[in-house]
Design a binder for this molecule. Structure first.
Ligand code: IPD
Ligand code: CA
Ligand code: CA
Length: 275
């Protein structure tokens, strides 16, 4: 019998190949709410993942974004994002993935992110490290925000009440930059693989972050909420980073939250080119 992580890898590869098939043919999208997109690819991928999990682990609970998972009262629970980065996918922008993770009584045991467009398979098992295409990964060694590259994201719901643009601006000014990939799992895998020093987001769901959180921790990084408190699946915000930069990030978030901005917002009239 395959281990949990081996099963997750095989399911993610199968679902990722199905997603690539749809991506190459361009699929139409529908709106779940004002700016929240869903495509037939999300549904087809979820059907496949939920079916495979049901065949392999019929007693396990499954929480899947498009709502076809089942609560079975098990101590084991899978979190499934059948397509993370749907907005990118629907526009033909090649930054998306499929991700799934398993927790037992609240502890993450296994997590996988498969990015078919770059053929990158990220996998982690509790206590056994984190791997990219079979090679061990570790977080970066950069120890100062001013030397770092970061990423963040903005949920598709409640957009007007999300204060993240302030954090985005302050960190962008204080560092080498802040990326917004449109896929939380890709962002999290970026921290785990040392390509980014840190990532944060306000309002993510468990299926977006479960695998990436384990990847970061197994790669030697840390995960808390943006106040530095322990992160759990229902926390309103998440911060992951390489650990070395953690205290500085928390301190900076705290200042920004209190309205103490290091960098004032510029006016458009100040804009000029370099030459
Ligand atoms: C979204 C992406 C995006 C993040 C949003 C998520 P979806 O997931 O991960 O980067 O900023 O908060 O909802 O809807 O494409 O699965
Ligand atoms: Ca997602
Ligand atoms: Ca999704």
């Amino acid at each position: 019998m395959a281990s949990f992580v081996e099963a997750a890898v095989s399911i993610a590869r199968e679902a990722g190949n199905l997603l690539r098939y749809h991506f190459e043919r361009r699929v139409a999208f529908e709106l779940k709410s004002a700016f929240d997109l869903v495509t037939e690819a999300d549904r087809a991928s979820e059907k496949l993942v939920v079916e495979r999990l049901g065949q392999l682990f019929p007693s396990h609970s499954v929480v899947a974004e498009e709502g076809t998972g089942q609560e079975r009262g098990s101590e084991y629970r899978w979190y499934v994002d059948p397509l993370d980065g749907t907005t990118n996918f629907a526009h033909g922008y090649p930054v998306w993935n499929v991700t799934l993770a398993l927790e037992k009584n609240g502890e993450l045991l296994a997590g996988v992110i498969f990015d078919p467009t770059r053929d990158e398979l990220f996998a982690a098992e509790k206590g056994s490290g984190a791997y990219l295409n079979g090679a061990r990964m570790s977080v970066s060694k950069i120890a100062r925000v001013e030397d770092g590259l970061f990423s963040t994201g903005f949920p598709n719901w409640n957009r007007s009440e999300n204060p993240n643009i302030l954090f985005f601006h302050q960190f962008a000014m204080a560092s080498h930059g802040v990326r917004r990939s449109g896929s939380a799992a890709i962002d999290l895998s970026g921290v785990a693989s040392g390509r980014l020093e840190g990532f944060w987001e306000i309002g993510l769901n468990p299926w977006d972050l479960a695998a990436g959180k384990l990847l970061v921790e197994e790669a030697g990084g840390v995960c808390t909420d943006m106040d530095g408190q322990p992160h759990h699946m229902k926390s309103p915000h998440i911060l992951v980073d390489n650990g070395l930069i953690h205290e500085e990030m928390i301190q900076f978030f705290s200042e920004i939250s209190q309205g103490r901005l290091r960098y004032p917002l510029p006016a458009l009239s100040q804009a000029k080119s370099q030459v």
